[in-house]
Structure formats: C-alpha cells, structure tokens
Ligand binder design. Structure first.
Ligand code: NAD
Ligand code: AKB
Length: 321
C-alpha cells in the first residue's frame, strides 16, 4: 500500500483550515503538510507540520514536494470573486499560474493525485439560472470565473495528456464558523451570523431577493474527501463537478436566523457585488456527481443555521470565560 504524504497549499484559508484538520484525522497529522503565505492558523497549531510557502515560487514548491516526498497536493490558494474584481490582473495571474506550477510539478515528480477547486463562478449570465446543469453555456463575466474556467480545462488537459489524476469540484458559496471567508460574493452568508450574534443587526451588500447556491462547510469537506477517495473508474468529469447544497436569498437566511434571535434586523445596501451575484445561477444540478460517486448533501438552511448559531455561541462564551 502506498503511504500518502499530502501537501495542502492555502491551508490557512476558509476551506484550508477545516480540510487540513480532516485530512490529518484520516492520514495522520505528520502525513499532511499545511502551507500558506500567512502565519499558521491557530487551529492548525500542534496538529501537524507547517511550512511557509508561496505557490507562485515554483522552485520553492518543487523543493518542498521532493523534500517531503509528497504524493498528493490540495491547491486552495486563490483570489476570490469580489477581491478579484479589485485587481483582475493579479487574480488571473495567481489563480492560473499557481495551478500550472502544481500540475507541472505533479507531472515531473511522484505526485499521484491533485485536488483543485473550481466554483459556480464559472457560470455567467447566459447560463441557466435554475438547476444549472453540469454541461451548459459557460460565459463567465468576472475575472475569478474566467480564471476558474481556464483552470478547469488545464486540469482536463493534464489528465488526458499526462494521466495526472486531477479532481475538482465547483463549490457553491461556503458557510463556516471555524475560519473566515476570504473575499467572495457569498461571504455575506457567513458575516450575517457574526453580526446577528454580536450586534443583533446586519447590513447586507446584496439585495434581499438574491438567490445563490450555498453549502455548509462540513458537506463541502465531506464532498472533497469523498471525491478524492472514489475509485478512478467512477470519475468521468475531469474539468470540475457541479455540487449543490442549498439555495436561499438574504431575506430567507435572515428569517431563519430570526427564529433563533427574534430581535435580529437587516438592512440592504447592495454594492458592486450585486452584479457579480446576479451573473451566477441560483441553484445547481449536481446529478452527475450524485450518479458518478454518490454525492449527497446533508445540511439544509434550517439545520445549517441551527448548527452555525450553536457553534458560534459556544465559541463566544469560550472567549468570554
Ligand atoms: P481563502 O481566501 O479563504 O484562502 C486562500 C488561502 O490561500 C489564504 O490563506 C491565502 O493566504 C493563501 N494564499 C494566497 N496566495 C497564496 C500564495 N501565493 N501562496 C500560498 N498561499 C497563498 O479561500 P477559500 O475560501 O479557502 O478558497 C479555497 C479555494 O476554494 C479557492 O480556490 C477558491 O476559489 C475555492 N472556492 C471557495 C469557495 C468559498 O465559498 N470559500 C467557493 C468556491 C470555490
Ligand atoms: C465567491 O463568492 O467568490 C466564492 C465562490 C462562490 O467561488 N465564495
């Protein structure tokens, strides 16, 4: 049996922290090397090795892969949709070059598997709004979406041309309480919980009726690991799989939170992110992922809201005591 040694790049981000902790549970702390540009996240400290790494420095990355005998890479470093629009050139450069660096090193070294997430941001205004299918018109209008779409085809190319086992998911907006979101359009759905608990009030940067596809982080982590552990013959999509958790608007999540915090109020002050949100589908058809490797989400809006509030409340009381 091959002993896996995993490198997580971007391990201190919203997904990276939770994914690294879960991978360490499965493969053992010392077999999962966390890396990031940022200082090590508090939740990762003491759970396994950490290296400071800039994925854009290909030589440094190559040295780490050889030195640590890496067999799998999870590449999570990226600039997300809202931040990307502030510096399109940088977002394109980081999001595409980081992937090419990883894929080229995987080709030349002993890296058996690569994971790289795409996003529902690949879809644009001309894609179907409801139950957006796996294969459809894809004309993204954000630099983030363009970079993800290009990345999907680089994954497909390296799989077909060099037989690299690259796997990918098009995540919807992810909601989590352990680590903060990093500059996306769907970030409001995390911020709303913090402001509800701390201030009983939230100012939302999207209009109240803006529906977007979303997923609770435990489902996203489980989907990632289930995809990566599926037998190769079950993987038919080498660009990126649609996956869906739930779909709701700011008004609907606010109403759900109000069931727990009756005095909670929201005002709506849409900004430039409204246009990004309106370019994306409202819900996603993930039947190909369901049929290929058995994907099924567990959380809906109500169960996710209850879990978020319980966990954030216990974090707040732990901080106070
Ligand atoms: P994030 O911004 O929270 O984390 C990204 C991490 O990458 C950060 O810790 C950052 O310091 C690190 N990083 C940035 N540049 C780097 C570099 N040059 N070298 C090394 N590390 C670097 O992002 P996230 O939300 O955790 O997203 C992870 C991946 O999932 C991204 O590819 C993102 O596009 C994708 N995704 C996220 C969501 C979501 O809702 N969070 C949805 C769809 C897709
Ligand atoms: C963003 O809003 O940019 C991300 C995403 C859906 O990719 N959360």
């Amino acid at each position: 049996m091959i002993k896996e040694k995993i490198l997580v790049i971007g391990a201190c981000g919203q997904i990276g922290v939770e994914l690294t902790l879960e991978l360490r549970k499965i493969y053992g702390g010392s077999n999962v090397v966390a890396s990031d540009l940022r200082a090590e996240n508090e939740l990762l400290k003491g759970t396994g090795p950490y290296v400071s790494l800039d994925v854009m420095n290909k030589e440094m990355l190559h040295v780490q892969v050889i030195r640590q005998n890496i067999t799998q890479i999870y590449l999570l470093a990226a600039i997300l949709s809202a931040t990307g629009e502030k510096n399109p050139n940088l977002a394109w450069h980081l999001n595409t070059q980081s992937l090419l660096n990883v894929l080229e090193i995987a080709k030349d070294e002993n890296v058996r598997k690569v994971y790289w997430p795409s996003s529902i941001a690949v879809f644009g205004p001309t894609s179907p709004k409801i139950n957006c299918p796996q294969k459809t018109v894809i004309e993204p209008t954000t630099v983030y979406g363009i970079s993800k779409f290009a990345g999907e085809f680089w994954c497909n190319y390296f799989n077909h041309r060099y037989d690299i086992d690259v796997r990918s998911l098009r995540y919807p907006g992810l909601i989590s309480y352990k680590s903060e979101p990093g500059g996306g359009t769907t970030d409001y759905a995390v911020e709303i919980f913090h402001d509800a608990l701390e201030e009983d009030h939230f100012t939302c940067f999207l209009k109240e009726d803006t529906y977007l596809p979303m997923m609770y982080m435990p489902d996203a982590i489980r989907a990632t690991i289930e995809l990566m552990e599926s037998p190769v013959e079950k993987i038919s999509v080498r660009t990126s799989y649609n996956i869906h958790g739930m779909s709701f608007s700011p008004k609907e999540i606010a109403a759900e939170i109000k069931k727990h915090i009756p005095g909670f109020t929201v005002i709506y002050e849409p900004d430039y992110r409204q246009q990004i949100a309106e370019s994306w589908p409202q819900s996603i058809d993930d039947s190909v992922a369901r049929n290929n490797w058995g994907w099924k989400p567990k959380y809906d809006l109500a169960t996710m809201t209850t879990d978020m509030i319980e966990n954030l409340k216990s974090e707040m009381s732990a901080r106070e005591s």
